[in-house]
Design a protein around this ligand. Structure first.
Ligand SMILES: [Fe+2]
Length: 404
């Protein structure tokens, strides 16, 4: 396919020829003015015109239709019928001149020009019957999407709400397209997605309000950088714990497994993840990066974080009852004394195997208070996440660098 741009009406409107060079056929899109100029371009293209495709019914897009029909009397003219209205109002007629004998086309229609398929997208907002046309990797966006802008919405049949939906829809088209608008310069959809404020706003509105995020800091082995690069994420593995804690590894792994099981009830855990990643909630409380490690500074959606009180974690590690408060602690110690047990840790030792099962369950239940934050400070509160996703990484801090 070859697209020829013909600036008409002193360059203010873009008329396009969509040419199928194989079968020597073409379509004329938006012949707004200058019929002779358009005719010359068609003849020079060596293609026979098969149809006129109108993105909408405004005079600056349809002005040369009648004249083109005198050159090619059989030429079908497509225009969505929401832009074809009876009206005696003079101003309305000036904006929407009567185009005779049009064929209506609408969302989902495909117009064949030789071997080319032109798909029709209903894109109202500038006018009720505005359409955009997709042919191969080209999007003819009419007066909906402009390079770095959008068409006006204050004319009869225009609607800001519909325009927002239209822009969001065009922005969400899969892949990249050349964007050829009804006025102004050409662009690409990828550029517009990143630079066009109207399109960006529409896409944001469609995505809904942004989720609140929280800044987290976590020190990890620097080998994780490779994993992040390769897979787009970092997950923790239990053999790291084994490497780290040597003889105590089993004890720690059991504690971490309990923690991970409880945390997974609060934020679902990805199927391939077993072990948590713990993060500080401030740069101040985070370990500095040392040799062989880095600190990840993350911006994580709040819904992905399980907060816990790290000062309570020792109770889990020590296998002792985690009291709710001083009164509860007194009560529990008295209870243990009545049972003739010195410390609740003893309950987890070999000599009580098979005994006091209910007591151990009670202790395990008390550990859930790890997830109850009585006092928020940057030193006691930590955040559990299941993975470090690449899109959450704001900064990677190497040894010797300041975290913030
Ligand atoms: Fe227009």
């Amino acid at each position: 396919m070859k697209v020829i741009t013909i600036p008409v009406a002193y360059g203010s409107t873009n008329c396009y020829l969509l040419c199928d060079q194989r079968e020597k056929r073409c379509a004329v899109v938006d012949p707004g003015a200058d019929p002779e100029k358009i005719r010359s371009a068609v003849l020079a293209s060596d293609c026979t015109p098969e149809a006129v495709l109108l993105t909408h019914g405004h005079s600056d897009h349809v002005g040369a239709v009648d004249a083109l029909r005198t050159f090619w009397p059989e030429l079908p003219v497509y225009l969505n019928d929401r832009d074809v209205r009876e009206s005696d109002d003079r101003l309305y007629r000036r904006l929407f001149p009567m185009v005779k004998e049009t064929r209506s086309y609408d969302e989902g229609d495909v117009i064949r020009i030789g071997s080319l398929e032109v798909r029709v997208l209903a894109t109202p907002g500038h006018s009720a019957g505005s359409v955009s046309l997709l042919a191969e990797d080209v999007l003819l966006s009419g007066d909906a999407l402009f390079a770095c802008g959008m068409g006006r919405t204050d004319l009869p049949g225009g609607s800001e709400t519909e325009m927002t939906a239209t822009l969001a829809r065009l922005g969400a088209l899969e892949g990249n397209f050349s964007v050829l608008p009804g006025h102004g310069r050409a662009s690409t959809l990828a550029i517009e997605r990143s630079e066009n404020p109207c399109l960006r706003q529409a896409l944001q509105a469609a995505a809904g309000p942004a989720e609140e995020t929280i800044r987290l800091y976590t020190r990890q082995n620097d080998k994780t950088l490779l994993e992040l690069e390769r897979t787009g994420r970092v997950i923790n593995r239990s053999y790291y714990v084994r490497l780290h804690f040597g003889d105590m590894a089993e004890h720690y792994l059991e504690s971490y497994a309990w923690f991970a099981g409880e945390a997974a009830k609060r934020v679902p855990r990805p199927a391939d993840v077993t072990t948590s990643i713990w993060c500080s909630i401030s740069a101040e409380a985070c370990f500095r990066p040392g040799p062989g490690s880095v600190v990840y500074v993350l911006e994580v959606p709040r819904s992905q974080v399980v907060f816990f009180d790290e000062t309570k974690w020792d109770y889990v590690l020590d296998r002792i009852y985690l009291p709710e408060n001083d009164e509860d602690k007194r009560r529990y110690l008295a209870h243990l004394e009545r049972l003739g047990i010195r410390s609740s840790y003893d309950l987890f030792r070999e000599k009580y195997r098979g005994l006091f099962e209910e007591e151990r369950a009670r202790i395990r239940e008390s550990w859930k208070r790890v997830f109850t934050i009585d006092r928020w400070t940057v030193h006691n509160v930590c955040g559990n996440i299941w993975e470090i996703r690449k899109e959450w990484v704001r900064k990677i801090v190497r040894p010797g660098e300041a975290i913030e």
